[in-house]
Design a protein around this ligand. Sequence first.
Ligand code: AKB
Length: 339
Amino acid sequence: MRLRRPVVLITGAGGEIGHGLVTRIAAAGSPIITLDVNVLERPLARLVAREFTGSINDVGLLDRILAEFEVDRVFHLAALLSSRSEFTPVAAHHVNVEGTLNLLEFAQRQGESHGRPVTFVYPSSIAAFGLPDPATKARAARVREDEYAHPQTMYGCNKLYCEQLGDYYAKHYKQLSADAIARVDFRAVRFPGLISALTLPAGGTSDYAPEMIHGAAKGETYHCFVRPDTTIPFMAMPDGVDALLQVASAPRQRLTRTTYNLTAFSRSASDIREVVVRAFPYATIEYRIDPKRQAIVDSWPADVDDSAARGDWGFAPRYDFDRAFEDYLIPTIRERYRR
Ligand code: AKB
């Protein structure tokens, strides 16, 4: 007999992905508990059953959550992004790796206590790739999951390693102990640059795209820190949230891997500038290249092969480049700043 109602745990719930994810899961009627270092904004907090303010490295706090709740799904979103992580690599490792290890251990113990695997959804990133030079990037075209896995950033190293760690918890956990059973059903997606209309980006290297739009809508001059020809894959946030929900609910037997590439469109910085300037004719967007951030983006693929996600669990983004800007980003951001 079940004594407690299963809940969904979302870490980093106040961040860019968390906003959309909390809203969607709450609308579907599932109770949510959140863990974030910052207090959630009021409208978001109202949607959750219980809000914990604290660190994913506070093991005592995780123990309290373990004792009080039956968690059957974890969306582990908390992380320091790529640019921020290069300034504080040790702190990035602490949050991105040790924090993820704490959450995986939490999920294993939850699964042991209620006797069923806990679905653990992990947003990884194109930062897990590392292409050595622009010529290789141009030649590589649509990179598959297992190619060029030589990240050049602390964040990329953290993401790649945590994908492996999740795989270990899902398949090989304590393999020499006769009585240990793996209780973590780990599922990771490698996100491209995500562009959200609702939240401001914080600390990413793909942020030049959302920053251009938000800057233009606010009437501020924006200095784009990468060259006009710089190309990486992107996705509109609603498709990112859909992907997390879809991969979480995909039948286990359909999944042929634990980590999946995802993309919606690959466009250059100048393509993005052009569409933003068309929508906001008074926008001032200039190029002021930051060689270090440019080098990071140059090490990320121009496009990825996401056929495994499409084939295994039906990933099909709704927003291509034109729809993302015309139907989602421009109207929503315009409205946001008008208000
Ligand atoms: C970042 O730029 O750090 C992120 C990412 C690509 O994972 N947006």
